[in-house]
Design a protein around this ligand. Structure first.
Ligand SMILES: [Ca+2]
Ligand SMILES: [Ca+2]
Length: 222
């Protein structure tokens, strides 16, 4: 998602009365406060309780089907995922990484934004990149129109701002190239009453699809 689409998402969010920048309780998972060696598993407790409304964050690597678990962790890496440092990635190539945000009963959770970049300073792509609910229903599919480019060359990285809230656990999956690492994931818990109706997320999705269509048209005029 480019800054252009980011602006549109923010604009939509503002139009819909969803405040993407308001809460002071936003948590950032940056992995910079850990001592580790490359390939070490990310501790299962990392990020737990930083937001009391989201007591548990879980990390898994799935087989390529995105359903069966390969290993109950993600792994850590120091440098050269683009310009990011101290990132997490799937524990084997050809698999799918997942971060699951689990709110307290009576609360929802909003995935505000996250960054990704390609190793080793190489542009990559996610053939699979999506947000699911606890039951595995796809709430938002970043790759609906094809693989999602991920920057990495020349110290670049890609920032995504889904700003999507669910009334229960939220899962972010990406794969199947373990050379795509994740960093700076921002989320917040919020009372169920302030979780947008599913139709609001649907409108955000429509906005993104409209943007994609616009891009497609422009590309085909040149
Ligand atoms: Ca945990
Ligand atoms: Ca980091």
């Amino acid at each position: 998602m480019t800054s252009g689409s980011t602006r549109i998402v923010l604009a939509l969010a503002l139009i819909l009365g969803v405040s993407p920048l308001s809460a002071s309780s936003q948590v950032v998972l940056h992995f910079d406060d850990l001592s580790f060696l490359n390939y070490d598993p990310l501790p299962a407790t990392y990020g737990d309780g930083l937001d009391p409304q989201v007591p548990d964050v879980q990390y898994r690597t799935f087989h390529a089907d995105g359903v069966t678990v390969f290993e109950e962790h993600l792994e850590l890496w120091h440098l050269d995922y683009g310009g990011l440092s101290n990132v997490v990635f799937a524990s084997a190539n050809g698999t799918i990484a997942e971060i699951m945000l689990i709110p307290e009963i009576g609360f929802g959770v909003r995935l505000v934004s996250f960054a990704m970049a390609g190793y080793s300073q190489v542009d990559r792509a996610n053939t699979l990149m999506r947000i699911l609910d606890a039951e595995g229903n796809v709430v938002f599919d970043f790759a609906a129109n094809g693989p999602v480019p991920i920057l990495g060359a020349n110290g670049a990285s890609s920032v995504f701002t889904p700003n999507i809230a669910l009334g229960g656990p939220l899962r972010l999956q990406w794969g199947t190239d373990w050379n795509v690492g994740l960093d700076n994931l921002v989320f917040e818990g919020l009372p169920l009453a302030s979780v947008p109706e599913p139709s609001t997320n649907f409108l955000l999705l429509l906005g993104l699809l409209a943007l994609g269509a616009g891009r497609w048209c422009r590309r085909n005029r040149t």
